[in-house]
Design a protein around this ligand. Structure first.
Ligand code: UFG
Length: 328
């Protein structure tokens, strides 16, 4: 297929692109490089440096490359920042996203896989979370992702654009070529690995008074390649229908302290930690039921072991100590 990956120079987008190219698809990466990295654009993909709001450029990309499907991962994704600056999230995650949908309408591209999030659920009433559970986001990040999901629903009704909205839980890990490089970094695993490699003095645990097995938050970590493979499976349904799928490994998840222990084990280094206050907006437990995507698309995660996930991120970090900063 001919696929445009919006945000294909970002962490998850680069791995999705890598898997698509491996499978023999023709991929156009469309990225403003506002967060993404030129060095993360996978060899074998065509790169277009553009913003979703540059309508003429975007439409030309869709038309000239005969794009049949779009995978949309071009968005802001920091919960805390979204509370401080909701305008940015409505602008980038809703307004610019709608511009992409309108360009797709104009160019008659009727398939889209959308990068959504567990943050659409808000504070969960039960675990594990299923797709039919109530959505009540507690921050503008989750709210804007849900708003875009709702837009997809109505665009399907009116314009026949089929969509798959994939609600990611905690993406982690790396491939040989592609890894996680954010500035600032806020995610637990890369922060731990930065501390293990001496790039930061210590790691703060955001609260140890949660009602969990050791008092720290429980999350459902999923290897980024397993996440990427789900995008490719989801493309297959888009001829006929739309769907929303959770993506996590399920089970018991891992507490922050368990992740720290695993990171120390994998790196063989002591990681200095201190317990700090809770981070606002963190639910105590977020675990996915991914039964729906397993049942309907035959997806199953191949790398469920946390040590294996962390080891892949550690290997990438050792080979790219400054992330993509040294690559042009
Ligand atoms: N944590 C720490 N110290 C840190 C960083 C994180 O204790 O320095 C904790 C967090 O409080 C949380 C866990 O580690 O309990 C994981 O935090 P991350 O920031 O790595 O990931 P989140 O669970 O906050 O974020 C994920 C996705 C978001 C999504 C969110 C839903 O990355 O896109 O889940 O709540 F919005």
């Amino acid at each position: 297929m001919k696929i445009l990956v919006a945000g294909g120079a970002g962490y998850i987008g680069s791995v999705v692109t890598e898997e698509l190219v491996k499978d023999g698809h023709n991929v156009v990466v469309y990225d403003s490089l506002y967060k993404g990295h030129r060095g993360a654009v996978v060899r074998g993909a065509t790169f277009i440096h553009g913003d979703l709001l540059e309508r003429a450029k975007l439409s030309a990309a869709l038309r000239e490359h005969n794009i049949e499907a779009v995978i949309h991962l071009a968005a802001d994704s920091l919960v805390g920042e979204s509370v401080q600056n909701p305008a940015k999230y409505y602008h980038n995650n809703v307004f610019a996203g709608l511009a992409l949908l309108d360009a797709m309408r104009e160019c008659k591209v009727r398939r889209i896989v959308f990068s959504s999030t567990a943050a659409t659920y808000g504070e969960p009433e039960k675990q594990p979370l299923e797709e039919r559970d109530p959505t009540a986001p507690t921050n503008p990040y989750g709210e804007t992702k849900l708003a875009f999901e709702r837009a997809l629903h109505w665009y399907e009704e009116a314009y026949g654009i089929h969509y798959a909205a994939l609600r990611y839980f905690n993406a982690a890990g790396a491939t040989t070529h592609c890894g996680e490089h954010h500035n600032p970094e806020t995610h637990l695993i890369p922060i731990l690995l930065q501390a293990a490699s001496g790039q930061r003095p210590q790691v703060e645990i955001y609260g140890d008074d949660y009602p969990t097995r050791d008092g720290t938050c429980v999350r459902d970590y999923i290897h980024v390649v397993d996440l990427a493979r789900a995008h490719i499976l989801a493309l297959d349904i888009l001829n006929a229908r739309s769907a929303i799928y959770n993506l996590g490994c399920g089970g018991e998840g891992y507490t922050v302290k368990e992740v720290i222990a695993a990171a120390q084990h994998v790196t063989g280094r002591e990681i200095p930690v201190r317990v700090g206050a809770r981070r606002s907006g963190d639910p105590a437990v977020l675990i996915a039921s991914s039964d729906k995507i397993k049942r309907e698309l035959g997806w199953s995660p191949q790398k469920q072991d946390l040590h294996e996930i962390i080891a892949s991120a550690w290997q990438w970090m050792q080979q790219h100590p400054h992330g993509y900063a040294d690559e042009k």
